[in-house]
Design a protein around this ligand. Structure first.
Ligand code: NAD
Length: 472
């Protein structure tokens, strides 16, 4: 087991000022992998001071200089794809095939996409007798979760650096090892000291100190609604900008005439990917009442293919959830659904027979879910699909829009025109039409309780900019 006692601050690895440690567990074996420092407010002070000291010089660099450094970061991610995938499999439990394609591949693609976004971006424009400049927001606090640990880091840090901001990153307690790997890649990319800093630590200590720090200009946070709300409240008092990505309860709506079997199969894959720990997962499948039993049968058959297993095995499609607390939380939701009258079509609350250890949850499908049930309203963040029947299109829309969230969704119809017309009425930030592919340049973010702001592409870059007008 590795023992790390340093933080990445001001261009180098420096001893943490605390002494406490966080033990990182392998969720498939429950065995310790490493310890990392539990950073303190003093670590955060040092990191923010370094970021502040570097901000003016880095903010004044030209586009070509920043493009050079970001290209080196992209190349570093490309060179370490295997190491990244193995690290995420070890600390999160993502099956190695998924970890390679998505946990390592997606951040590489996103980092690459920002090279073209930055190259094409104009940092000034003439408006009447003014020149309007897009200037960096300043010092950014990036606070990230564990479910797509490197993607969420890259989706914040890369555009922040591209915009000319300096960054202090506080990654999730469960997945700090890939964050340390990212810091090594940034270091090797030769960024000036202080432009990027990493403080590992507990959310209520290091995270809270960072979010509240008076010298931070913008907090970019992904995680739970409760923490997002407290960060926004605090930021309001300090007149600080926030970008919040707080999860969802996304609906996949299958309209009559659509390819039902494909829509349901894609939905099952979508909701069980990463053990259901995806904020944009389609956790509610909405099907017309006349096709309901057919959809339930297709979902049950598809779910049977997701046998929980060892995530280091190439054949495994479903790994454990991240930790014991999440396992209990997800099982609690399944039980709450059954208690409220939902029908168990696949899975359940008991441990899967194939796994004698590890934080596993059986891939679960609940039918006859009604909109007022907790499982239809709250983010479960585990491999659980809820299927709800609707009477007609208006009812489907009412159900789709009937939660506090609005992050993602899917619409399937006989033709694109019908699907697009329905999707335009959904209170949701990103919707796939008839299984449309993920686009790393498209803005990602939520309506309503799913958050504030957008990540990825041009919209993700402008999140880290502010504007200044000069009249002449
Ligand atoms: P969390 O919100 O507690 O943690 C997310 C990040 O915020 C971590 O880095 C954490 O250390 C930090 N943090 C925690 N408390 C903080 C505070 N007071 N101030 C500043 N930073 C703080 O999320 P969690 O406990 O890891 O997961 C709980 C639930 O959140 C999940 O079950 C899921 O529903 C949701 N979640 C959503 C996403 C998403 O992508 N939207 C990701 C992870 C978790």
């Amino acid at each position: 087991m590795e023992t790390y006692s340093d933080q990445y601050i001001n261009g180098g690895w420096t001893p943490s000022r605390g002494g406490g440690a966080i033990t990182v567990l392998n969720p498939a074996t429950e065995e310790p992998l490493a310890t990392v420092p539990a950073g303190t407010a003093e670590d955060v002070d040092a990191a923010v001071a370094a970021a502040r000291a570097a901000a003016r010089t880095w903010g004044a660099t030209d586009k070509e200089t920043r493009l050079g450094h970001l290209t080196a970061i992209r190349d570093g991610l490309a060179a370490r794809q295997g190491e990244i995938a193995a690290t995420v499999t070890a600390e999160l439990g993502s099956p190695i095939g998924f970890a390679t394609a998505v946990q390592a591949g997606l951040p590489l693609g996103v980092a690459g996409s920002y090279l073209s976004t930055l190259a094409d971006f104009e940092f000034s424009e003439r408006v009447g007798n003014s020149t309007v400049y897009a200037e960096p927001a300043g010092v950014v606090a990036a606070i990230t979760p564990w479910n797509y640990p490197l993607h969420q880091i890259v989706a914040k840090v890369v555009p922040a650096l591209a915009a000319g901001c300096t960054v202090v990153l506080k990654p999730a307690e469960d997945t700090p090892l890939v964050a340390r790997l990212f810091a090594q890649i940034v270091h090797e990319a030769g960024l000036p000291a202080g432009v990027f800093n990493l403080v590992t630590g507990v959310g209520t200590v290091a995270g809270a100190a960072l979010a509240a720090h008076p010298d931070v200009d913008l907090v970019s946070f992904t995680g739970s609604t409760a923490v997002g709300r407290s960060i926004a409240e605090q930021a309001g008092r300090g007149i600080k900008r926030v970008a919040l990505e707080l999860g969802g309860k996304s609906a996949n709506v299958v309209l009559p005439g659509a390819d039902l079997v494909r829509a349901v199969n894609v939905n099952v894959g979508n909701v069980f990917a990463n053990s259901g720990q995806t904020c944009s997962a389609w956790t509610r499948l909405l099907v017309h009442q006349d096709q309901y039993e057919e959809a339930v049968a297709v979902a049950a058959k598809a779910a049977a293919k997701y046998v929980p297993g060892d995530p280091t095995d190439e054949a495994t499609r479903l790994g454990p959830v991240v930790n014991a607390k999440q396992r209990e939380r997800v099982r609690g939701y399944i039980q709450a659904g059954l208690d409220a009258g939902a029908r168990l079509v696949a899975g359940g609350t008991d441990a899967p027979e194939v796994c004698d250890r590890g934080f596993y949850v059986r891939p679960t499908v609940l039918a006859d879910v009604t909109p007022e049930m907790t499982v239809a309203q709250e983010e479960i963040f585990g491999p659980v699909l809820c299927i709800l029947p609707y009477r007609d299109e208006e009812h489907a829309l009412e159900l789709a829009n009937g939660t506090q969230y609005g992050l993602a969704g899917g619409v399937w119809a006989a033709d694109e025109e019908t699907a697009v017309a329905f999707a335009r009425r959904m209170d949701t930030g990103q919707i796939d039409i008839n299984g449309g592919r993920f686009n790393p340049l498209a803005p990602f973010g939520g309506y309503k309780g799913s958050g504030v702001g957008r990540e990825l592409g041009r919209h993700g870059l402008t999140e880290f900019l502010q504007t200044k007008s000069l009249q002449f």
